[in-house]
Write a protein that binds this ligand. Structure first.
Ligand code: AMP
Ligand code: MG
Length: 418
């Protein structure tokens, strides 16, 4: 039996980044960049006004309140570059500043002294002092052309896409989605939710759960089936997945010590190489990790729903991050809300809720009902707490390791040293 950190290290060592593909940015939401994106233009692309008001020339000096200016015309958002034609022009937010003006006085800080027949201001007076260069957004102030806009490994969430859309990026290089086959094993399982359960049968909840989680984690689920407890059927299904070119096979159930736990035997039939089987971890002690003949990775997760969930989060998502070319996760450390007891000799992953105190401080609340068959507490969880192997009693206030429910959320808190 090996420990969790050793298991994670072995998974990382066996997982490598998939190839890149070029796709339209419009289709790239949620995908992971495979290459740095360099800004092809500056943002803002030109000096423009931050306010509705009047552009004028300060020439590096403060403009005293009460100064008057003749107004030569206007410049609206979308108007092209032009030269300053006089002392000042009316200007709108986002309008390109005419060449020669260098400051903007907001409309709230002027009085109109004269207007033309169309009621446009022709002469104004400032009502407060203006700093030279004020209320201008300079070309390149946000990002300069040639600077790195996004690094490889960045997830194209709406925030990243806002930047790329502003830069006029059309296509991006992203990592291919890891192609996954998922098999739930157990003759007690009923996959069709409309079929009535016979005595001794249960619904397959791991199948739909894993399909949803693997998608959320950045993978494409290309095959999913519910299989009986039979090594031959399982071997055929995995062979078929290998032939379909999957990068990853995930199974649930049949990996422990029971009479019908055939997965190790099936892996031997497949000629797989087992990297580890059994961990000092609860839930999830029987987790099995192997490499399949053509190079795909195999995770055999125990069938209890929480063992499956923990195995997917801790181990499968570790492999997916590497396949997607993402940086390894940094776990958070947050204070325990209450004293927690566990069996020493095993790391314990607990269903947990991060909750704010009265003062807004965040603490980790291990939830009631940690047994691996109990799925109701997962409904109330928003994190996993990873309690260390050696400890038996962990005092309230102790910093413990925490993982958000999905690795895609682990950048919610950045690393100050990165
Ligand atoms: P196993 O790992 O096959 O020994 O299964 C452990 C426990 O998890 C048993 O109680 C199974 O009935 C249950 N189980 C296995 N697979 C699933 C599944 N796909 N959905 C829900 N429960 C499952
Ligand atoms: Mg089973």
């Amino acid at each position: 039996m090996i420990g969790v950190e050793d298991a994670i290290a072995r998974i990382r060592a066996a997982s490598s980044a998939l190839s890149a593909e070029h796709i339209a940015l419009a289709d790239a939401r949620g995908r992971v960049l495979a290459e740095d994106v360099v800004a092809p233009m500056s943002l803002p692309p030109f000096d423009n006004s931050a306010m509705d008001g009047f552009a004028l020339r300060a020439n590096g000096n403060a403009i005293a309140a009460g100064s008057t200016f003749a107004v030569e015309g206007e410049q609206a958002a979308g108007d092209a570059a032009r030269a300053a034609r006089g002392e000042a022009c009316e200007i709108m937010t986002g309008a390109r500043v005419p060449d020669g003006y260098d400051s903007v006085v907001p409309v709230e800080e002027i009085e109109v002294l004269e207007r033309d027949a169309a009621q446009r201001p022709t002469r104004i007076r400032t009502t407060s002092e203006a700093r030279p260069g004020q209320h201008l957004r300079r070309a390149g102030e946000d990002i300069a052309a040639g600077a790195v806009a996004l690094r490889a490994g960045h997830v194209l969430d709406p925030y990243a896409c806002m930047l790329l859309d502003a830069l006029g990026i059309v296509d991006v290089a992203v990592r291919s989605k890891p192609r996954v086959a998922m098999f739930a094993t157990g003759r007690e399982l009923v996959a069709d939710p409309r079929r009535e359960l016979a005595s001794g049968e249960i619904r397959d909840s791991n199948g739909p759960y894993l399909e949803a989680k693997l998608r959320e984690a950045g993978a494409e689920v290309v095959r999913r089936a519910t299989l009986p407890d039979d090594a031959e059927t399982f071997v055929a299904a995995v062979r078929d997945a290998i032939d379909a070119g999957v990068d990853l096979v995930v199974s649930t159930g049949a990996v422990s010590m029971g009479r019908y736990d055939f997965v190790p035997e099936a892996l031997a039939m497949l000629g797989a190489e087992t990297v580890f089987h059994k961990l000092r971890l609860r839930p999830g002690k029987p987790v099995l990790f192997a490499t399949l003949p053509q190079g795909a990775l195999f995770f055999g997760l125990p069938g209890n729903p929480i063992s499956t969930a923990v195995g997917e989060r801790l181990f499968v998502e570790t492999a997916l991050r590497r396949m997607l070319g993402m940086a390894d996760e940094t776990r958070w450390r947050l204070p325990l809300a209450a004293e927690t007891r566990k069996k020493p000799g095993f790391a314990f992953v607990q269903k947990a809720a991060l909750r704010t105190d009265a003062d807004g401080g965040v603490r980790v609340h291990p939830l009631r009902g940690q047994e691996s068959f109990r799925i109701v507490p997962l409904r109330d969880a928003n994190a996993w707490a990873l309690l260390p192997e050696d400890d038996e009693t962990i005092a309230a206030g102790t910093l413990v390791e925490v993982l958000p429910l999905s690795h895609m959320q682990s950048n919610l808190i950045g690393n100050a040293d990165a």
